[in-house]
Design a protein around this ligand. Structure first.
Ligand SMILES: Nc1ncnc2c1ncn2[C@@H]1O[C@H](COP(=O)(O)OP(=O)(O)OP(=O)(O)O)[C@@H](O)[C@H]1O
Ligand SMILES: [Mg+2]
Length: 493
């Protein structure tokens, strides 16, 4: 809509030809025009209508122009008043301007001058209205902002989780009572306060510094566990972005996970205990059976040898399961990786491949291994054997119809990349995220006969994580699966 549409001009003059003339000219220019033949009608109209500009004759009956001006200046400061004046009364008009009129025009009107004056007044009125609108918007925004701030403050203050916001100078500028409790801060602190006065954990402080140096990629956050005197806490830290998307600070949310940790510890202790109690007698039974099989307890018949051999196989499977359970418990207790030493992965994998070769052959699987540019990795060799034994066994086991299993290893900058690739049954996309879970096995008619407990990959993942490596899997059902591991090579010192 043209803005002129909302400019409404009141022409107050006792001379009809003037009223009619103004009405005609201004209506033709798109203004909305009202007329009044005396001051009283003019003032009444002001009460009822939204008037933008007043054209005001000074000499009018009932209530004169000067009195009208006084009322309008008092009650409607935003309405520009243009005084209509005869030649002889210019001085009075000037006097009126001192009292608050916007401008004056002299009779008889020169049409161009008349319109220019009206347009100027209309422009003033528009600008003033715009300024007022902006000011109102501003006030509203400030109010909204205030409301938002108070809402945020209430939410943060009553949250069970700890929240702390740090600025670019590593000062805490916003923090809640929960964080004080979780971080064991009892003294009164100022705001802002250096973050290091609240947070004692160096790794969390370092991660906050990392966030502030803009080292993270988009939408990334850092999750870590920290321990205070009383609690285990999970800390999730993320950058706070300014309007120009630059990092202006960091926000950290702390969750108390002490109860989970304790439960987890109890579970690990329990598994450990049970596994140990089962293992010792089983190992003894295994040894006794070996003694019998070796004929040290007297000669055995064919049937006896067969039955004892079958028994020993079952005992071995049970021992393998117990060993897996113990491994899982150790990984979860962070005690699995024990003897770190420079390890030649090429040699380890070669040995595992040689060990599994007969099984592969029996299944019609062609097993190959090749490597290039390998540097030593800092690892526990036993752990590495475990990883590749699991992955290559899986590749063979889940290729029931035969096929190819290729293991390749190569140096890749600061990492060694190992791929175990098979042409077996593959894994459905919806199963992929679950296969690293403890005890998870994919239910498929094709692999029903494969024995297992579903612990292998969870151990593999635990070991890779403990060595600061990564493991990924790609698979196409019916075509095959590739596991890819990256392990950091040893830094030359
Ligand atoms: N190479 C593979 N091809 C197809 N499926 C696989 C492969 N490797 C693993 N899987 C699937 O992932 C599941 C979990 O593997 P994982 O090694 O953890 O357990 P498992 O082999 O069943 O038992 P175990 O604990 O004795 O190793 C398997 O049951 C199988 O369904
Ligand atoms: Mg397995």
């Amino acid at each position: 809509m043209d803005e002129k549409d909302i400019i409404r001009i009141l022409v107050a003059d006792d001379e009809k030809p003037i009223r009619d003339g103004c009405n005609r000219v201004l209506t033709a220019k798109g203004f909305d025009v009202l007329v009044a033949e005396n001051g009283k009608i003019a003032l009444d109209l002001f009460e009822k209508e939204d008037i933008s500009i007043l054209l005001l004759d000074l000499k009018m009956p009932v209530i004169g122009g000067e009195e009208v001006l006084k009322v309008i200046v008092e009650r409607h400061q935003d309405v520009p008043v243009i005084i209509i004046t005869g030649h002889g009364t210019v001085d009075t008009a000037v006097e009126c301007m001192k009292k608050g009129a916007y401008d004056f025009i002299t009779k008889p009107f020169q049409i161009e001058h008349f319109l220019a004056t009206i347009n100027r007044a209309a422009e003033k009125r528009r600008l003033e209205q715009k300024a007022r609108q902006l000011q109102q918007e501003n006030v509203r925004n400030l109010y909204d902002l205030d409301l938002e701030k108070s809402r945020l403050k209430t939410i943060i203050n009553y949250m069970a989780n700890g929240v702390i916001v740090t600025n670019r100078n590593m000062e805490a500028v916003l923090y809640n009572p929960a964080i004080m409790r979780l971080l064991d801060v009892s003294k009164q602190v100022s705001n802002p306060v250096p973050a290091s006065e609240l947070i004692e954990d160096d790794s969390l402080i370092n991660n906050l510094k990392k966030i502030l140096s803009d080292d993270l990629s988009d939408n990334e956050c850092i999750s870590q566990e920290i321990q205070t005197r009383n609690y285990f806490l999970r800390a999730i830290s993320a950058p706070v972005l300014g309007p120009d998307s630059g990092v202006v600070g960091a926000v950290t949310v702390l969750e108390n996970i002490t109860a989970f940790k304790q439960l987890d510890q109890m579970k690990s202790d329990f598994v450990n205990l049970v596994a140990h109690e089962l293992r010792s007698p089983l190992v003894a039974i295994r040894q006794l059976n070996s003694v019998i099989l070796d004929g040290l307890a007297g000669p055995l018949g064919e049937k006896q040898t067969e039955f004892i051999n079958r028994g020993v196989k079952k005992i071995d499977a049970l021992l393998a399961l117990i060993n897996d359970l113990l491994d899982v418990a150790k990984i979860e207790a962070g005690q699995y990786v024990q003897h770190l030493a420079p390890t030649d992965l090429g040699k380890i994998i070669e040995e595992i491949v040689a060990l599994l070769e007969p099984r592969a052959k029996k299944q019609g699987v062609n097993l190959t291994f090749s490597y290039e540019d390998l540097k030593p990795v800092q690892s526990d060799p036993k752990n590495m054997e475990e990883i590749f034994n699991n992955l290559i066994s899986n590749a063979i086991n889940y290729s029931p119809g035969g096929g190819d299993v290729s293991v390749t290893a190569r140096g890749l900058g600061e990492y060694i990349e190992i791929k175990v690739k098979d042409t077996g049954v593959g894994i459905a996309p919806e199963e992929l995220p679950k296969i690293f879970n403890k005890f998870y096995r994919v239910k498929s008619p094709k692999t029903r006969d494969v024995m297992g407990t579903g612990l292998g990959l969870s151990i593999v993942k635990g070991v890779v994580d403990a060595h600061h490596g990564t493991i990924d899997v790609e698979s196409v059902e019916g075509k095959g699966t590739t596991f890819k591991i990256l392990l950091p090579v040893m830094m030359e010192s």
